[in-house]
Every structure is written in structure tokens, then in C-alpha cells.
Design a protein around this ligand. Structure first.
Ligand SMILES: [Zn+2]
Length: 251
């Protein structure tokens, strides 16, 4: 006979798996409570408790009179945000850089033709936008999010990378970082790098993809010090810049 807490735990993981596997898609309404009671073979209060836990994680939302909807395929942000709060902006940006580079590499391996098409459309839509991918220092909302970058993470087909990336971006948009981030790249530079990324990912050239992304994220979101000085992620010497130029990715 399972104890109450075992039933609660297995009910939670049952519902959670439905969501993370995509069986219940984001935006869809989940079965009503009596159906879940039936499917799961547990009591009404256990189902209710599991739904409430997932709602607290930001994965489900119950709308009175309308039902319960899937809001996110990953436990959001409340947990991750709290965790990330313990780190400095510099540490978070460095971590973001690692995620972007790994996602670019994985995308060259796992991308489908649909991924490529979606990235081409997003890059076109975001042309001329120099906010990519987080925000500018003076932005009131700090809320811009590049669809292009999110789609590249989709193409990487790694839910953990996508979830961590979403969490990092959300953290960077919190008020404590407002005014501390700036985009050093011009709209033309953004456009050029996105085009080069698409090209490398399409050709499945993971070496190019990694180098292009590394050069891109050195510029797209950088820190501003308390004295309003830009702190580049990696300041390049003339010789280092020459080596990047020689790779043919920075022209
Ligand atoms: Zn970008």
C-alpha cells in the first residue's frame, strides 16, 4: 500500500511527464479532474495537490470556470530565478555565453529543414533590430527576446539547454540588472552574424557555428559597470582580432 506522500510524488511525476514529453502541448487544456482521478487511480485531493504544485512551478495554470492549461514545458523560472539570484551578472553572462555556443553546435547536428526555415524567417523579421537578444541599457522594459535565438535553441533539440536559456534570459530581465546591460553590436552586425549562423547550421558545420556564435555573443549583450563603462566579455587584442578575421567569420 503506497503512502500518501508516495502517491503525491508519483502523481506529480505522472502529470509532469505528460507535459515535458509534449503529450500535453503548451497552450492546451489538460483533462478535467474526474478524468485524471480515473487515469491516475488516486483520490481527488491528490490530483488537486499535484496540479497545484505544477502551477507553482509555472507549468500549469488553472483558470476558474475554464479549466487547467499547460503554460510551460519546463519548470520555470521561479525556482531557477531564485537560484540565479545568488550569482553576479558577470557569472550569469558567462554562463549564457556557454549555453549559446553549445546550442549553436547542437543545432548544426540536430536541425531539421523546418528549423532552418523558421530561423530564416525570424532573422528577416528581426532585421534592423539591434536589441538582440536581451535588451539595451536604457530600455524601459528590458523585455526584448530574440525569436531567432530561441529557434536556434529549438533546433538544438535539447530541452535542458532551452530551459536553462529561458531561465537565464528571464533573470537578465529582472529589475536588478536593468541598466547594467548593453548591446555593443550594430543592427548590421546582428544581421551579418545571424546570416552566418544560419549558413553554418544549414551546412552542419559545427566548427564555423561555434566560432561565429562565440564572436557574436562577445558583442550582443555586454555588461555596463557602475561607472557606465562598457565591460566587453572578451576584449580582443589586434592579434586576436586578426585571427578571428582569418577564420573568415568576422568580415
Ligand atoms: Zn543574435
Amino acid at each position: 500500500m503506497a503512502t500518501g506522500s508516495e502517491r503525491a510524488r508519483s502523481s506529480l511525476s505522472y502529470l509532469r511527464r505528460k507535459i515535458t514529453t509534449g503529450e500535453w502541448a503548451v497552450g492546451s487544456r489538460i483533462p478535467i479532474e474526474p478524468e485524471l482521478v480515473e487515469q491516475m487511480g488516486v483520490g481527488r485531493s491528490t490530483v488537486r495537490e499535484a496540479v497545484r504544485s505544477l502551477a507553482n512551478m509555472g507549468m500549469l495554470e488553472t483558470l476558474p470556470g475554464r479549466g487547467t492549461f499547460v503554460r510551460s514545458a519546463t519548470p520555470s523560472s521561479a525556482l531557477l530565478n531564485e537560484f540565479l539570484n545568488a550569482f553576479t551578472l558577470e557569472e550569469i553572462l558567462s554562463y549564457r555565453r556557454a549555453l549559446e555556443i553549445e546550442a549553436a553546435q547542437q543545432a548544426t547536428i540536430h536541425r531539421t529543414e523546418e528549423d532552418i526555415q523558421a530561423m530564416i524567417v525570424a532573422a528577416e523579421e528581426e532585421k534592423g533590430c539591434s536589441l538582440c537578444p536581451i535588451a539595451t541599457a536604457n530600455s524601459a522594459t528590458n523585455a526584448f527576446e530574440s525569436k531567432f535565438h530561441l529557434l536556434m535553441f529549438d533546433a538544438a533539440k535539447n530541452r535542458l539547454l532551452s530551459a536553462l536559456y529561458a531561465g537565464i534570459n528571464e533573470q537578465l530581465r529582472t529589475p536588478q540588472h536593468r541598466g547594467r546591460l548593453v548591446n555593443m553590436a550594430s543592427a548590421q552586425e546582428m544581421e551579418k552574424y545571424h546570416a552566418k549562423l544560419i549558413d553554418a547550421i544549414q551546412r552542419q558545420d559545427f566548427i564555423d557555428a561555434v566560432h561565429v556564435m562565440a564572436a557574436h555573443v562577445d558583442h550582443d549583450v555586454v555588461m555596463v559597470s557602475e561607472e557606465q563603462q562598457i565591460v566587453p566579455t572578451l576584449a580582443r587584442s589586434d592579434e586576436q582580432q586578426q585571427r578571428i578575421d582569418d577564420l573568415g567569420i568576422d568580415d
